[in-house]
Design a protein around this ligand. Sequence first.
Ligand code: GLP
Length: 233
Amino acid sequence: MDVKIFDNDVEAGKAAFDIIKTGMDNGAKTLGLATGSTPVEMYKAMVASDVDFSNMTSVNLDEYVGMAPDNDQSYRYFMQSHLFDAKPFKETFVPNGLAADPDAETKRYNKVIADHPIDIQVLGIGRNGHIGFNEPGSPFDAETRKVPLTQSTIDANARFFDKEEDVPRFAYSMGIGSIMKSKKILLLAFGEDKADAIQKMIEGPVTTDVPASVLQNHKDVVVIIDKAAASKL
Ligand code: GLP
């Protein structure tokens, strides 16, 4: 893994976008995108740039089950407001939280990924080492599926909702097997509360107990972190 440490998330977000730009100059057509607070500065850099994304396709990692796209906590809403409304893409894919049939929705999304191989996948990381919503114990070969969220993730995400009971209990998540097929992976993490997960991801054993540790097996991973997230390395 290529680990790059920055003073703050603004500098790191710009550096992440620079890597994406270089990838686009070299022919990348499909970006795998992530939500959460972590990539926000990278999206700001994308929006502030003069780069045209109208020939690009995006495939997002995950969505809450039961969440309407126009709900301001949905990941579709997040992507529209942080990036797509300002920078139109050719096509944007996010799992449909309102799908009536979960099996059909996960099959549909797996076909989306197969039809649009991901050139560069952006990832954040959960405090417990999850990527997407692949919680500890998730199989390394999984494709998109409906997954229960752990209590630690529910607690971490409760800050975005009025009450803890409002946090969805299930999500659709791209699986680790699909993430690992991306040609290049950019994992971003900021703040001291990510330091443990980052240390285990980079220096610990490769184990399903720490889903992000699987990235040690990928040949092109850039880890973009601030000093606080790097403090346990
Ligand atoms: C969420 C998302 C992940 C994200 C992680 C960290 O649960 N499903 O994709 O990377 O948690 O979120 P944040 O960036 O807000 O710390």
